[in-house]
Ligand binder design. Structure first.
Ligand code: ATP
Ligand code: MG
Length: 439
């Protein structure tokens, strides 16, 4: 296994002082899969004070020392070195009641969540793999270390972590482990909302529709508003999929951008309270975009999502039913209100939504290509979309004798003329237009 020099240097220093040291966890798993690890965690028999004295000459990060972690700044990066430890039970499904330092690696590996994450490697000592992580990796199998029910009771976040790893690596979940994920899912109600949100943010960008379906029992536990969507016939000729399967496809069709994927996941939750039946036996969902937006706002508040992400997802959901017109005038106005980024994300969501009905005609999908090419034209023209883009500004109007509110009114009038293509966005044309308006 290849190790970067700073990591290797830390292992060498600890071994030279007589302390066994390994890289452990995610980096060993990733290396076995032929992937490049994004970071390297280390573990050692040295107690935190002993690690400190081995690296006495180097800058150290000691904020995690109580739990056994010393950060060593080596070669411009922080290498986290944790003393072998076991953990007590998780009283509140969150924090272990105690940690205890132990002398050997096997006990440390036993506290880890899944066999594929419970492997360590050292250039001095080779592999430590007491739970068959490598064999499970070969079989593409995610399996809890020890009794899965007990492990999920200790920390129910492991259930969501399980989804993350199974989805990321396309793994099958061992039957007993999967049963425990489902039977113990209610324990996730006790988790800190931030932990749930952060785990969901790791899961969402990469999950496929098949995995959203496979893990529906767990996902609907942490977002109960999704539960009534599962298996729900939309009773509408434009939809061949049930509401949850449709939602899952919309998520999959969206690129891995967080606010977009959150919007996709929650875009139709308001359909449940908004359903009405027409005389023709077709269901309608009038007002569901606004309702979904309101519910999504609540959910993302509850999960303590960052404000910017919440607001962006809510805007996308709120507007997802308003398809754009393939007209430059219309698009310029919308760009002025929404900005390029939101406009682009909205179009992506709407296209994904259309595709995921399962009944979209080529003509419906052509709209998106058409709108995109008009947007590209507008971009090339470097168009005037907001007051800021106007060739005249407040100072110019003051110089022309405008005062107070007149300034804003006149600028908005000019912007309208430009958006309606009735006036060019040049100083001369705009000044002339002003004179015309107030002779
Ligand atoms: P990633 O590539 O996503 O960072 P990772 O396996 O490194 O994956 P981390 O969350 O960084 O995951 O955790 C590092 C290691 O610590 C894991 O591989 C696992 O051995 C252990 N671990 C982390 N969280 C838990 C937990 N809640 N319960 C048990 N072991 C855990
Ligand atoms: Mg990691």
């Amino acid at each position: 296994m290849y190790l970067p020099d700073p990591v290797l240097a830390c292992i060498d220093a600890l071994e030279a002082a007589g302390y066994p040291a390994y890289v452990v966890g995610g980096c060993v798993r990733d290396a076995c899969l032929g992937l490049t690890p994004h970071d390297y965690d280390m573990c050692t028999a040295a107690l935190p004070e002993q690690t400190e004295s081995v690296f006495a000459g180097l800058p150290l990060v000691l904020s995690g020392k109580k739990h056994g972690t010393v950060g060593v700044v080596s070669g411009g990066q922080v290498v986290e070195i944790t003393t072998f430890r076991t953990e007590g039970s998780y009283r509140d499904n969150r924090h272990p009641e105690w940690v205890e330092f132990v002398p050997d690696i096997e006990q440390d590996l036993a506290r880890r969540d899944f066999t594929v994450n419970a492997m360590a490697w050292s250039p001095y000592r080779g592999f430590a793999d007491p739970f068959g992580g490598r064999e499970d990796l070969e079989h593409n199998l995610l399996r809890a270390v020890g009794d899965p029910v007990r492990r999920f009771r200790e920390d129910s976040l492991r259930i969501l972590r399980g989804i993350r790893f199974a989805a990321r690596f396309g793994m099958t979940v061992d039957t007993e482990t999967e049963q425990a994920m489902f039977s113990q899912r209610h324990l996730m109600d006790n988790l800190a909302r931030e932990r749930v949100f952060s785990e969901l943010c790791s899961i969402l960008p990469r999950i496929t529709s098949a995995d959203l379906l496979r893990f529906a029992p767990v996902l609907t536990q942490v977002i109960p508003e999704l539960a009534p969507l599962v298996g729900r016939d939309q009773k509408n000729r434009h939809h061949i999929h049930d509401l949850y399967a449709h939602t899952a496809l919309v998520v999959e069709h969206c690129p891995p951008e967080l606010s977009l994927r959150w919007a996709a996941l929650l875009h139709d939750i308001g359909k449940i309270p908004c359903q009405t039946m027409g005389p023709d036996g077709q269901a309608h969902y009038y007002g569901h975009a606004a309702k979904s937006a309101e519910m999504a706002d609540d959910i993302l508040h509850r999960l303590k999502a960052p404000t910017a992400l919440r607001q962006q997802a809510v805007i996308l959901i709120e507007k997802h039913m308003t398809l754009p017109l393939p007209e430059k005038k219309y698009l310029r106005r919308h760009l002025g209100k929404l900005g390029w980024e939101t406009m682009d994300a909205l179009l992506t969501l709407q296209e994904a939504d259309t595709l995921a009905t399962g009944t979209a005609h080529a003509a419906e999908l052509a709209l998106f290509a058409q709108v995109r090419s008009l947007l590209a034209e507008i971009r090339r023209e470097n168009a005037c979309l907001t007051l800021r883009d106007l060739a005249l500004n407040g100072h110019d109007l003051t110089a022309l004798g405008y005062r107070g509110r007149e300034i804003g009114t006149a600028l908005n009038h000019l912007l309208n003329l430009v958006l309606e293509e009735q006036c060019e966005n040049t100083r001369e044309a705009l000044t002339a237009a002003l004179k015309e308006k107030s002779p």
